[in-house]
Design a protein around this ligand. Sequence first.
Ligand SMILES: [Zn+2]
Length: 277
Amino acid sequence: MAMSIDVEDWFHVQNLRAGISRDSWDDRERRVVANTDRMLEALDETGVRCTCFVLGWVADREPDLVRRIAEAGHEIASHGQGHDLVYDLGPDAFREDVRRAKRTLEDLSGRAVVGYRAPNFSITDWAIDILREEGHRWDSSSFPVVAHDRYGRLSGAPAGEDVYPIGDAFHEVCVSSLETLGTRIPWGGGGYFRLLPYAVFRRGVRSIVSKGRPFVFYIHPWEIDPGQPRVGGLSRSHAFRHYVNLGRCEGRWRRLLSEFPWTTIGDLLDRGVAAGQ
Ligand SMILES: [Zn+2]
């Protein structure tokens, strides 16, 4: 079971784009350090090591945060540089985006950065080749697919597989979903984790794990921050998804940390490869 944090600030979120222009990012109140530090405390208290997908934009402005995450023993992975959707960037700009973020994160952490997660899970086939060429070895931006499934944007993804190789020396590590009534519901975090009663969410996690499947969870520092500035001009569904149950999330996440045996995505992958998967 792998725990992951997408280290970005509240104003980077795609759902808020209608109310926040990119030009305004540098004028916004940065809350990512305080929120991430609280998460690091929770991880320390529960003895959990996780994978942190750090946004290059954050790393440029808060280098000490990246150093602290690495020094605490967590895996540093890349969330790209500017939080643009991959298919909006196109191949050349995407290459530049991931190259820049990787270089910064490696300089700060002193370690190779080989994992990547696309903003808003916006991965596409051509991006995988570029990630590999730029020195990444795995991606964790898609959901496992079943027939006629709307999740997962990589063609050729084997149905029902959560971790699978793509060509040579590259793996996709899907974010978890729960198979129910012939379809799959995203079950790796986000709105569902904050919306559903904790016991219901946990039951789903146990069901996935009991089938011998890997479980990959994601969370953002802004999800434990009920005091973040409220953004106007959003659609109802975007506002709901962003703000639902922020006040309960930290306690819930701490429970999740303490009740399951978590590791990093890199470790999960190493174990799977060692086991011949
Ligand atoms: Zn993100």
